[in-house]
Ligand binder design. Structure first.
Ligand SMILES: [Zn+2]
Length: 227
């Protein structure tokens, strides 16, 4: 079932490795099938170099395995929490990509300094709050989704969130778009860090330029790229 979507999820999981966002088995991509509402996600702990399309796990929105011989990624409850909260999402990515995670570990948002950032994220990328001890003990992965949702102001305008002391989640209307946002996030985190090293007083990009770049790619008046 959902063979086409399984193939796409598999390919996007592999592309996390190709883009250098993931080492070992840290990271996962999921996608939600619009028609059935079922979710396809990477299996837990299966190495990327031996992983196959048929290893992808199909679950329902409550996390019951519908198809697949492996257990789903342990981060599944975080993905499901976000799919339930934001029904427009078609893909979610989790990584511990180095630069973005360095910001997450510092508990710092990623400031929008330039147009690379503005092309994808309409403002600073926030960092979700720390989980309480109770939230860590009980339903940890689901609570990770909860603190992410708490910190989201506009799920479409800023399709990414840093998770304190942990890593990053990004999303989009498709798994491909979610991975693209993960790649962009890592790149802008790297640029932001270098920018601050060169000039610790660097101001945020001015709003007028942020608007120009964001809205030339997003929304009803977008004109970037091909029709
Ligand atoms: Zn993680």
């Amino acid at each position: 079932m959902l063979e086409e979507l399984k193939k796409r999820v598999f390919e996007q999981n592999i592309s996390l490795v190709k883009h250098g966002l993931v080492v070992l088995t840290w990271g996962n991509v999921s996608a939600k099938d619009e028609e059935t509402g079922l979710v396809v996600i990477k299996p837990s702990g299966v190495p990327y170099d031996t992983m196959k399309v048929e290893d992808m796990v199909v679950v329902d929105i409550e996390g019951n395995v519908i198809e697949g011989r492996y257990r789903p990624s342990s981060d599944l409850p975080t993905h499901l929490y976000l799919y339930k909260q934001y029904t427009t999402l078609g893909g979610i990515v989790h990584t511990h990509s180095t630069y973005a995670t360095a910001f997450a570990q510092s508990g710092r948002e990623i400031t929008a300094y330039g147009t690379t950032h503005a092309d994808a994220f309409y403002g600073n990328v926030p960092c979700a709050r720390e989980l309480t001890d109770e939230e860590i003990d009980e339903a940890y992965e689901q609570n990770t989704g909860k603190v992410i949702a708490e910190a989201i102001s506009d799920v479409e305008a800023i399709p990414a969130m840093l998770v304190k002391n942990h890593g990053v989640f990004t999303w989009g209307s498709t798994p491909e778009k979610a991975v693209e946002n993960a790649v962009t996030l890592e790149e802008v985190a790297k640029m932001a860090l270098l920018t601050e090293q060169l000039n610790s007083e660097t101001p945020r990009i001015k709003q007028h330029l942020l608007d120009k770049h964001y809205f030339r790619k997003h929304g009803k008046n977008a004109y970037y790229g091909q029709k």
